[in-house]
Ligand binder design. Structure first.
Ligand SMILES: [Zn+2]
Length: 141
């Protein structure tokens, strides 16, 4: 049985516990469907570990926006060489961040659950083809 790699699971926004179930309902850029599932459809993990858990994803999203804004600023300068117009930079940075906002929303939550949640671990025994109720397992032995 081939196990799902962490990088692939993160890229596809899969559940951090089983790496099989989708964390989100729809596609990244489909309108109105960028919602996170309450439970993993494969292992039943509750994604929002406690009420308001995803408020912490705002900090991750902020860091991502700052990095992307810096990248867009440098890229705009390298492509245009313009040093005079702040409107060019403002348009490029805000437009780019607007276009990237669905990705930031999604991957800030993925990063929060994969890297910044110490109690969430990968369980290879759940990384199987048939869906299981992972909540029946004893996780804390
Ligand atoms: Zn799962």
């Amino acid at each position: 049985m081939v196990k799902t790699s962490k990088s692939r699971a993160m890229l596809q926004a899969k559940c951090p516990r089983c790496r099989r179930g989708n964390m989100f309902e729809g596609a990244t850029y489909s309108l109105g469907s960028n919602k996170i599932n309450l439970n993993c459809p494969h292992c039943q993990m509750v994604f929002e570990i406690e009420p308001g858990y995803f408020y912490a994803a705002m900090y991750v999203s902020y860091a991502m926006n700052v990095a992307e804004g810096g990248f867009l600023w440098v890229a705009t300068f390298l492509v245009t060489g313009n040093n005079d117009s702040p409107w060019l930079y403002l348009t490029m940075i805000l437009g780019g961040l607007f276009i990237l906002s669905p990705l930031n929303f999604r991957y800030s939550r993925v990063i929060l659950l994969y890297w910044l949640s110490p109690k969430v671990h990968y369980h290879p025994e759940l990384d199987i083809d048939t869906p299981v109720d992972g909540n029946n397992y004893k996780w804390f032995k």
